[in-house]
Design a protein around this ligand. Structure first.
Ligand code: TGC
Ligand code: FAD
Length: 407
């Protein structure tokens, strides 16, 4: 089956297609990147072409997580790229972290999620809030992919408003007794440990490392997702789980703990979404030049050019936003509200690009012959997790007005 429109059946049967992706850099943003950023970007791009592209459509169709990729993700340094090497990270800067997320999400948002959760939502809180003993015990193994982690904040009744959480701990001597449930937890069914946020008897929000073998812990899988199908999502259920006090983060006792982790992950998503958008644009551009209708390439029609021109314009704006955010983050100056703006803008941009790319591919756009529909479906999740599109708008609104629309 060629990439021309020869019938959807062949397209659906054809697996392990050649990945012809080329990066797009309309404003020479590469000139703003350092040598090590470009090396990291190119290494991850090659790895994605070799390890992700040949299998991702099949895994996505089967709604199965390619868990064998955890080891490879560790080897390419995708877990905590900007955390110190001695604590299992990559010792790189925030822009390197960003370009790595971009390339992973170019492959699939679910693969980027595997790295985001492990690095930014599990390793980062242990690094930032954990005791020295916790860091030494867990971080090297997490960095090497020997342990898989998940992050439990969202609850069935508390999504956008995690501060309302009812999962709780009560003091029991040398341990806390943990009860409650978390919902929509990426990687929970395959995780060895969970970073869990719960309310203590004084009402303070505490973070802790819960191990899967602890009695009363379970992590059932959530089935039936039409989005992020190559990522495994589950619940976390705690029934009188006895969590030793040495597993509790000693210092942090407020929402600042989990929200700081979100800032780290949202930053990565702001870059990641550009990858998904670039893949859709790349596929649409090639298709528009190859596909003939009315005796000429569809790329010759003004309406197709409008779509492509607007797509590359929006991708370029998002690249500049991410790069500037990265330079601020490197100086420790990126504010949570700035990160919210970039996450919201870039994910929405990617979703719009995916929709336009889907149209350019005509009927073929809904098949697995092209990556576009998979990205489109994935991005519906990315628009919602790590703070919904509207929650980020309200964060920007609060930042510019000084007025809180949440309470
Ligand atoms: P609020 O009273 O505003 O703030 C409490 C304290 O936290 C500080 N803070 C932040 N710090 C760092 N980063 C941020 N993004 C921060 N946002 C707030 C704040 O300065 C304050 O500090 P202090 O020192 O005064 O105590 O907190 P709130 O509870 O009222 O927050 C409101 C709101 C809506 C902004 C927050 O709840 C929110 O962001 N909601 C969205 C929930 C969300 O994003 N959930 C994500 C769950 S994890 C996930 O989706 C993983 S997907 C993973 C994957 O597969 O990739
Ligand atoms: P709700 O909060 O119920 O929101 C529903 C709608 O109401 C949204 O459109 C929202 O924008 C709107 N809304 C809510 N409040 C307001 C308001 N004040 N003003 C205006 N509109 C409002 N969580 C984790 O903790 N860990 C994970 O690893 C994780 N992984 C996920 C993986 C997947 C595949 C998905 C889908 C979610 C994941 N999440 C995870 C949860 C995710 O962060 C939440 O889904 C998200 O924060 C939204 O919460 P909710 O789904 O309960 O929606």
């Amino acid at each position: 089956m060629s990439s021309k429109n020869n019938g959807a059946q062949g397209a659906i049967e054809k697996k392990a297609k050649e990945d012809r992706f080329q990066g797009h850099d309309y404003y020479n943003i590469d000139e703003l990147l350092q040598e090590d950023h470009l090396l990291a970007r190119d290494a991850v791009r090659s790895w994605v072409k070799q390890e992700v592209s040949p299998i991702i459509e099949e895994y996505s169709e089967r709604a199965e997580c390619p868990t064998h990729l955890f080891k490879g993700l560790a080897e390419i340094g995708a877990f905590g790229p900007s955390l110190p090497v001695e604590y299992g990270g990559g010792g790189m800067d925030e822009i390197a972290y960003g370009v790595i997320m971009q390339e992973l999400e170019r492959g699939d948002s679910g693969v980027r999620s595997m790295a985001s959760v492990q690095g930014s939502l599990v390793m980062y809180p242990i690094f930032r809030f954990g005791s020295e003993e916790q860091k030494r015990k867990y971080l090297p193994k997490l960095g090497q992919g020997e342990l898989i982690g998940c992050f439990g904040l969202t609850e069935p009744d508390y999504g956008s408003n995690p501060a309302g959480m009812v999962t709780n701990v009560r003091d029991d001597g040398d341990a806390y007794i943990l009860n409650g449930a978390k919902m929509w937890i990426t990687n929970s069914p395959v995780a060895d440990i969970a970073v869990v946020w719960a309310r203590d008897e004084e009402g303070a929000i505490r973070g802790m490392i819960v191990e899967k073998d602890m009695k009363g812990y379970s992590a059932p899988t959530i089935h039936g997702k039409w989005s992020l199908r190559a990522s495994i999502t589950g619940e976390l259920v705690f029934e009188d789980v006895r969590v030793p006090k040495k597993n509790v983060f000693p210092e942090v006792k407020s929402m600042k703990g989990p929200l700081s982790c979100l800032s780290k992950a949202r930053y990565g998503i702001a870059w990641g979404a550009i990858g998904a958008a670039m893949d859709c644009y790349d596929s649409a551009l090639r298709y528009a030049l190859e596909r003939q209708q009315f005796g000429r390439p569809i790329g010759g029609f003004q309406l197709t050019q409008k779509k492509l021109a607007e797509m590359i314009t929006e991708i370029t704006k998002a690249q500049l936003l991410a790069w500037r955010l990265g330079t601020l983050a490197n100086k420790g100056k990126a504010t949570p509200a700035q990160i919210s703006m970039a996450k919201r803008n870039n994910v929405n941009m990617a979703l719009e690009v995916a929709r336009e790319a889907r149209q350019i591919h005509g009927g073929m756009g809904i098949t697995n012959e092209y990556p576009v529909m998979r990205h489109l479906m994935n991005l519906e999740t990315v628009l919602t997790y790590e703070g919904t599109h509207d929650i980020h708008l309200l964060i920007t609104g609060m930042d510019v007005t000084g007025l809180n629309a949440f309470s």
